[in-house]
Ligand binder design. Sequence first.
Ligand code: CP
Length: 339
Amino acid sequence: MSKTESRGPLYHVLRAQQFDRALLDRLCDLTTRIRKVAKVKEGADYLQSLLSNKRAILYFTQPSTRTFLSFQNACHILGIRTSEIRDPSTSSEYKGESPEDAIRTFSSYVDVIIMRSPIAGFADRTAAMLDETDRPVPVINAGSGKDQHPTQALLDIYTLYRSFKDRGGIDGKTIAMVGDLARGRTVRSLSYLMKNYRGVRLIFVAPPSRRMGDDIKGFLDKMGIPWKETEDLAGILPEVDAVYMTRLQDEYDEAGESKKIDYDKFAFRPEHLEILPETAIVMHPLPRRNELHPGVDKDPRAKYWRQERNGMWMRVAILAAIFGIEKDILDPYGRSSHV
Ligand code: CP
């Protein structure tokens, strides 16, 4: 059997479309279990023993705070040792080494590559390239240009799953995505994951020049997921179960075109809480700017700080699934009696 044939249900994490409902439910249950086990020192020590023979590299050539730190801490929770490159000018890429050769070099030293890149599809190409070598290792896409951010979408699903666990789960919910949807990789990946839930409805609220891409709309049509688009944020808030705010992605501007957009129309402010249903939630992948007023933070419907923390636990679950230690965490009668 070849190395690629012997892989489990999760190996590379490259795009949201690769996840089915069974795997999403498994990851959510595992995340909840990990949070509980890690609460006590004995459990945290046990988790730290599980992958102490593994090493990871965090190769982040685009800025990041939470994805970088949550993956780094997720590795440490499982005992995985980490190294990092955050600036190619400090690596041999400065001397002309190609990113492909740099990545092949990482695979000589580590057991998993966690990478953020400004280039759409680069993580996919990296994974395919490594699969052809004698040292294939799993590749995790931690954000690829304007294209995808699959692990953000997984933590978003976990946040929705937790928030709606007493209201029938994610099935049947209406989710509004607000902001720069054309260049927002988090909303693109989350839209793809909606194929796994029954009766979900999406509302896209965006400036005309920043509407959700036709590729995503075509995918939703193919999957039979109803969607509509509008510029009227206040108008749709009374009908939503979740409102997912996003910032202007002006780092991708080519000629300062974002300056022409009136983004105030796509900002969630304290007065919007008056018309948001009591059972609805407010999400944001963060970082935020003015599109989400800090005056919203104390409202119990504001879930973005929890969402951020969920990211670390979900990323522990992703690593645990990749390295095939789910049973060691879920089975209290397995290797350790104290978890
Ligand atoms: N949500 C997110 O990806 O944040 P960072 O860019 O800080 O990693």
